[in-house]
Ligand binder design. Sequence first.
Ligand code: MTE
Length: 321
Amino acid sequence: MKKVDIPKIPSSEITPQSAYINRRAFMAGAAGAAALATPFLRHLAHPKSVQADTQKLTTVPSKYSSTGLQLTSYNDITTYNNFYEFGVEKSDPSHNAWRLKTRPWTVKVSGLVKKPKTFDIDTLLKLQPMEERVYRHRCVEAWSMVIPWAGYSLSEFIKQCEPLGSAKYVQFLSLDNPQEEPWIHEVDLDWPYSEGLRMDEAMNPLALLTFGLYGQVLPNQDGAPIRMVLPWKYGFKSAKSLVEIKFVKNQPRTTWNESAPNEYGFYSNVNPNVDHPRWSQKYERVIGAPFWKARQPTLMFNGYGDQVAYLYKGMDLRKDF
Ligand code: MTE
C-alpha cells in the first residue's frame, strides 16, 4: 500500500510515548521535513482542520461524578490529545482527525456472547440515559485533566450483550482505516489499537461507554463517535473510535503492552507508588491550571480507590502494573 508522507520534525517537546514510536521522525530528520512540507500544509489548509461539530447531547447529572474540581477547558481537552492514528504530536489529532467519518458507524459485538450483534451508533446513543460524568483523566505521561464526559456505564451495555460464562475479558478495538487515518503507516504500533479489561473491571459502574464531552458529541480527536473512559487507569487504556467489542476467554493483546511490556502493563492502574521505568508517577502536571496548582500529587487509583480497590485485592500491583 502507498505510504502517505507526513512531516515529523523531531521536537524538543517530544513526549515519552511518541518518542518510542515515531520511527519516521528520527529517520527523516530536518532534511526530510522540507520534502514533506507540502502535504502538511494541505492538511492545515483544510477548512475542517479544527473540529466544529457542536451536536448537543441531552444528559442527566451522575452520582459517579467527581465534585469540587476545576474543569479543564474545552480548548485544552480538544487540542492536547493522544490519538496516534492521526499523528504523534499532541496537536496533530486536532488538525488531522477531520478525516474520520463518523457516520455511518457500527460497533460489532463478537466472541463469547449469546447473540453476536452489530449495533448502529445511533441505536447505541439511545440505549441508556446519557449521564454527564466529571472524571479525573490521568495520562501515563504524568499530565492530567478534569473532563465532563457524556455516556453511560459499560456494564449496562454488557448486560444487553449477554456474554457467556466463559467470557473472562473484554477487548476493545479501534478503527483501523488507513484511508481516513493515514498516520497508521507512520507509527510503529500494531493496528488496530487494542485494549482490554478483565470482566469484573468492565462491569464496574465507573467504566464509561462515552459519546460526548461538555454536553456535545465527541470531537473526532477525542475518539468520536464512541470510546471508553476508565478514570482509575492511565489514559491509554481508554480506546478511542471503537468498532468492535469482543468477549474473550484469555487476556487480549493490548497495544502499549505489546509495544513495550516492561513499561506498560495490562492493568495500568494509576499508582503513584509504581514509577514508570523512565519517570516518576508521584506527581502530575495539571493541564491549564495556574502555576501554583499545576503540580499535584497523584492519587492511588486516580482518587477512585473507594470504588475500584476491591478489584485488585491480594494482587501485587508492582508485578501486575
Ligand atoms: N485510542 C486510540 N484508538 N488511539 C490512540 O492513540 N491513545 C490513548 C487513548 N486512546 C489512543 C487511544 C492514550 S495514550 C491516551 S492518554 C488517551 O487516549 C488520550 O485521550 P484524550 O486525547 O481524549 O485525552
